[in-house]
Design a protein around this ligand. Structure first.
Ligand code: ADP
Ligand code: MG
Length: 731
């Protein structure tokens, strides 16, 4: 029997038409949000009373009355049944990193035996999935496995189509019986509320009409697409989502011919198909293009309110994986599926918007609006400066470790890029606003800054693509987020540190005003101080360079290269205070989360270690030994013919070289297994994570090195695993 690799290659070569597309060719606006219980659907299916109650609860985040909930549930049921829905589910985002659902049918049998469909307020508002099988970081022992999902009315319900089946999905938070959060959404919602209040308070210095501030998020999702049959022939891709061995192809991304090149047709059909599914779900995708690496692509939506945007990104990742199967493709969302090839990230474009329609991070046209812009701009920089370690912790994962600092993605050092013009503006405020308050300050404010900022918008070339957190004209772009990440984690941290900073800012400004300073001057002075205090976080140069790592060290910026190190920022005294004071996490919740994330890290590395050991022993060594036997036969044959040593020198040499690689792989695999055993016996999760990080993982590169060398030696026909060139270039 030929190997799976060759079956896959044959299948791929034989498949003339793999561009199966369900693409309808409809205008996007005609299908957009057709599977979403939108405001319009609510208007149609809800009574005036229920509609108003729902709207007002969304606006003020207040509770919905029981009676109203029944009415809303009935409306949702009617709407979804007309669309062929039979089941509903509470849809949530547990800390496992995927989305979770437990389907129930509307169907029920009454006490008199009548069969009917029912969906009431109770079913809408709250459910009790078994929480014991979701990570809870010791918050509850498993015998008390009561976790609840609770409806989040601020994110609209939607219908998920899976093949012929249709399910009504209700976005929910996932909490323990005592209200402690077990997911990404619950803390995110809290951070949104806290930020709203703090930002509105500060807005009132400039505009009393502002009643609400929302955070906005536009994510850019990078991913790889490979042929599914080829991917299935690799245990590492199936089990870990990334390759653990594989020699880089002769042609990588050095020709740079892929970026913005034309999209291969088979992938294009897949894109059209998943975009169509996304549009129906109300995900406002707008951009698609090739990325830097071969086989790598990106899509991005129009930005939305952050809670909705996070839900939409989670949904998109599900939809992509599902639709890819139809096309016999596999989407790799992993941060680093291929060594030596660019990894994938998920830029989080973040800004703040008022209910008066102002983007607070967009430079204004008048001195007054510019001062408002500067206020939010400088406060963001200060927030990142003060809590850089939390930003790093928010994006820490076993996957992202392969990217951060690996000389292609932003490094693990958090810094802020603002561009040439704003650097000048900040420097000017810092140097020209003197300690003594004077009318001169106002002149600076009115004339100079006003003149300078609009130029920034003209100049789009002023961009630094190496920065982990860059200002890009009217938003900050958090680029260090991993491609598989739930955006809820970085967004919760960003919202929270911004909240804390804005609260401090208000206190500082008010203190000066109380002393009799004019409001604008007080603001300028506090901004001046913040600019000076947070200077070390600003970096405009090449973040990938060695020089920056050294410079950052001198500045006292942290460079946490691994997840176990980075995650500790969540449980420092200052982090506990920050999250507790803003009502996001209790110290206990933080501890629990920290443990869950450590455990997740351990599990990921553990699975990789197992698969790597298995592949080395069961795929690579047998292939190598087989080929070595062929060589030995050959050498023997040549000797038997009585030929001189020269005729079999090369073969003999290869036999010896292969033996050394085989031996090294064998030794490293054995040592890795021992290290794993030792780590598994360690009860303390943090210590265990450290052991996986600093001991178990150190064998990966060694094993890989020798395996990749063997790949170059062994007869191509006998190599069992699809090679990089096949995965990256064939489709
Ligand atoms: P790129 O960064 O690749 O040049 P764009 O600047 O066009 O791309 O935008 C990238 C993402 O930023 C998009 O998803 C877009 O919706 C989002 N974006 C634009 N403005 C805002 C904003 N005010 N708040 C949040 N996201 C935004
Ligand atoms: Mg971008």
């Amino acid at each position: 029997m030929s190997s799976l690799r060759f079956q896959a290659l044959q299948e791929l070569a034989a498949a003339e038409e793999r561009r199966i597309s369900n693409y309808s060719g409809k205008k996007i606006s005609a299908m957009f949000a057709s599977n979403v219980f939108t405001g319009r659907a609510m208007r149609e299916y809800l009574s005036d009373e229920a509609y108003k109650s729902l709207m007002s609860s969304v606006k003020s985040s207040s509770k919905i009355e029981r009676k109203m909930a029944d009415q809303i549930a009935a409306g949702m049921k009617a709407w979804s049944e007309e669309r062929g829905v039979t089941h509903y589910t509470h849809w949530f985002q547990p800390l496992t990193g995927t989305t979770a659902e437990k389907h129930d049918s509307f169907f029920t049998i009454k006490s008199d035996g009548t069969a009917m469909e029912l969906f009431d307020g109770d079913a809408l508002i709250q459910q009790e999935p078994d929480a014991s099988s979701f990570p809870n970081g010791g918050i509850r022992a498993t015998f008390e496995a009561r976790g609840y999902t609770a409806w989040d009315p601020s994110s609209p319900a939607f219908i998920m189509e899976t093949g012929q089946g249709k399910t009504l999905c209700i976005p929910t938070i996932f909490i323990a019986y005592n209200g402690e959060s077990l997911d990404y959404k619950a803390p995110l919602l809290k951070s949104i509320g806290a930020l709203d209040k703090a930002a509105v308070d500060v807005c009132h210095y400039f505009d009393k009409n502002v009643n609400k501030v929302i955070a906005t998020l536009g994510w850019e999702q990078e991913y790889f697409v490979v042929d599914e049959t080829l991917a299935n022939a690799r245990p590492d891709l199936v089990m870990c989502g990334r390759t653990l061995v594989g020699h880089s192809p002769a042609k990588g991304q050095q020709l740079e011919d892929h970026y913005f090149g034309s999209i291969p047709e088979r992938v294009f059909a897949f894109m059209q198909d998943f975009e169509q599914e996304s549009y129906k779900l109300g995900i406002p995708l707008r951009t698609r293009h090739n990325e830097v690496a071969p086989g790598q692509f990106e899509c991005a939506p129009i930005f939305e309110e952050v809670n909705i945007a996070v839900d939409h990104n989670s949904l998109l990742m599900d939809v992509m994986a599902r639709v890819a199967k139809r096309h016999k493709l596999k989407v790799l969302l992993h941060e680093k599926p291929f060594a030596g090839v660019n990894g994938s990230g998920k830029h989080n474009n973040w800004s703040l918007a008022t209910d008066t329609g102002v983007n607070l991070l967009s430079p204004g046209k008048t001195p007054r609006t510019n001062l408002m812009f500067l206020t939010f701009f400088v406060n963001t920089i200060k927030a990142v400066h003060d809590y850089a370690d939390l930003m790093r912790a928010a994006i820490a994962s076993a996957n992202n470790d392969h990217r951060l600092g690996a000389n292609e993605a932003p490094p693990a050092i958090i810094s802020v890029y603002v561009g040439k013009y704003l650097t000048e503006v900040l420097n000017e405020i810092e140097t020209r606003v003197k300690d003594k308050f004077s009318e001169q300050d106002e002149v600076i404010l009115k004339l100079d800054i006003h003149k300078q900022i609009p130029e920034l918008l003209m100049d789009n070339t002023d961009r630094n693509r190496t920065s982990p957190f860059a200002f890009t004209g009217n938003k900050f772009e958090f680029r260090a987020v991993g491609s598989t990440a739930n955006c809820g984690s970085p967004m919760t941290v960003l919202n929270t540190i911004m909240t804390e900073t804005l609260k401090g800012f208000k206190r500082d400004v008010d203190a000066l005003i109380d002393k009799g300073e004019k409001k604008e001057i007080a603001i300028m002075h506090v901004l001046r101080d913040y600019i000076a205090q947070s200077k070390k976080i600003r970096f405009e140069g090449d973040n990938y360079s060695e020089a920056w790592a050294e410079e950052a060290k001198k500045r006292g910026l942290n460079n946490f290269k691994t997840t176990p190190e980075a995650l500790d920022a969540f449980v420092t005294e200052s982090a506990k205070k920050l999250f507790f004071n803003n009502n996001i996490y209790s110290p206990r919740e933080l501890e629990a989360r920290h443990e869950i994330l450590m455990e997740d890290y351990v599990k990921k590395v553990q699975i990789e270690a197992r698969i790597l050991g298995y592949m080395a022993t069961n795929h690579i060594l047998p292939a190598a030994i087989n080929y070595q036997n062929t060589l030995i036969q050959n050498v023997k044959g040549l000797k038997d013919l009585g030929l001189d040593e020269y005729t079999y020198k090369a073969q003999l040499n290869l036999v010896q070289v292969m033996s050394r690689h085989i031996q090294s792989i064998n030794d490293n695999v054995e040592a890795m297994i021992e290290a794993r055993k030792k780590a598994n016996n360690e009860a303390d999760m943090h210590k265990r994570a450290d052991m996986y990080c600093n001991e178990v993982k150190t064998y990966f590169d060694n094993i890989r090195y020798h395996a990749d060398k063997l790949e170059l030696i062994v007869d191509d026909k006998q190599w069992p695993l699809p090679k990089y060139r096949e995965l990256l270039f064939l489709r």
